[in-house]
Design a protein. Structure first.
Length: 130
């Protein structure tokens, strides 16, 4: 009994090559998907799942693209807001931890910080905080 040939997107290209390798036309060495009559085009449930995943990926890509655009626009708007800190070109911020020096007494730490502040304020060009 002769079988009907299986038709799919890649079967026609390889039919002659398979016939010459396998001998008779009915004994072709086909991949399992071809032998079971499945189509590589994805018309079954797997094809619907792949289509749904592609649609979901495109939708999420568009959401990410729009979000990135809104984020960049918001950053541009935030850069134009006046924060009141325009004169910070020559500001030096120093943090100290006097516990590392071995001074355990709080009153001694306060005295050291006050003496440091007095010495720094006496330097030329140093303005006291406003």
């Amino acid at each position: 009994m002769a079988r009907a040939p299986v038709r799919c997107c890649c079967h026609d290209r390889y039919r002659n090559r398979l016939r010459t390798r396998a001998g008779a036309p009915g004994n072709e060495a086909r991949p399992r998907a071809h032998a079971e009559g499945r189509n590589w085009g994805g018309t079954g449930g797997r094809g619907r799942l792949q289509s749904a995943l592609v649609v979901a990926q495109v939708a999420l890509s568009l959401v990410a693209l729009v979000s990135a655009g809104l984020f960049v626009r918001s950053l541009g708007q935030y850069r134009s807001i006046d924060t009141g800190m325009s004169g910070l070109d020559h500001v030096l911020l120093v943090g100290t931890d006097l516990r590392l020096t071995g001074i355990a007494n709080d009153s001694v730490q306060v005295a050291v910080v006050r003496s440091l502040l007095e010495r720094v304020r006496s330097l030329p060009g140093v303005e006291p905080p406003r």
